[in-house]
Ligand binder design. Sequence first.
Ligand SMILES: O=C(O)CCC(=O)C(=O)O
Ligand SMILES: [Fe+2]
Length: 288
Amino acid sequence: MIKNSAIEIRPLAGALGAEIIGADLSNGPDDATFEQIFTALMDYGVLMIRDQDLTPEQQKAFCQRIGDPLPVPFVKTLDDHPEIIAIIKEADERTEMVFGGTWHADFSFLAAPPKASCLYARELPSHGGDTLFASMTKAYDNLSHGMQAMLQDMKVVHSGRRSYGPVGTFAKSQLDSIGVTASKEGDAEVLHPVVAVIPESGKRSLFINDIYAIRFENMTEEESAPLLKFLCEQARCPENLCRLDWQPGSLALWDNRTTMHYAVNDYDGQRREMHRVTIAGEPLQGIQ
Ligand SMILES: O=C(O)CCC(=O)C(=O)O
Ligand SMILES: [Fe+2]
């Protein structure tokens, strides 16, 4: 029998990521176990919790311990569960892109970006279909003091328009098995601090990503592009990454404010289905 009182935390890489062994989330972990998991989430940025057997209700109940599940915009949800999206690639789909196949933090274009996301494996290819993560706190720490000082008062515009706007990727090529509706609401813009301070840990995180961070405040896209590119590229250097390999029963939980991630599209011919619960967050604060 799986005991919650003795979970094991195994770091996965130098920059971020840990595996959690021996947790049973099906009845809701006890408070001490939940505290251990939440502390590990803040410390490691992303957790791969192994060997779970969860209904959608149980996945949501676990997520509710962290925060309210968010009914996400643009993406179709499960009929009975408006807080769960099914991320599916069918065996006969040959798409150039998959959902999540560009470096991003989930829905970072919302005024209150999600605090965390929880992705549960329902059906997996025999191999491939891993998910990559980058640490945005380490990405900030690795910058020079001069660059950190320059960024600390800057703000960045995030928008879903390259994906969900009327001329975004999803307007041009639907991922049929997921159900994404692009619309003019996708063009909305919000401002976030470039360097966010995480309330639970005090850590500083570079809050940009390749797809939703569009430009710096009071600057054009053209002016912003070289610096955004530099920052994103250095954030996803190999030393700053971890790679999650999925096994039956695996459930990933990530801090969406301190990481970005990328779904690897290398399993054509095999079906993959994941269930995601997105956990609501607060507007981000910068360095005061
Ligand atoms: O399918 C994956 O591995 C990740 C997809 C994604 O970006 C997400 O679930 O937020
Ligand atoms: Fe994602």
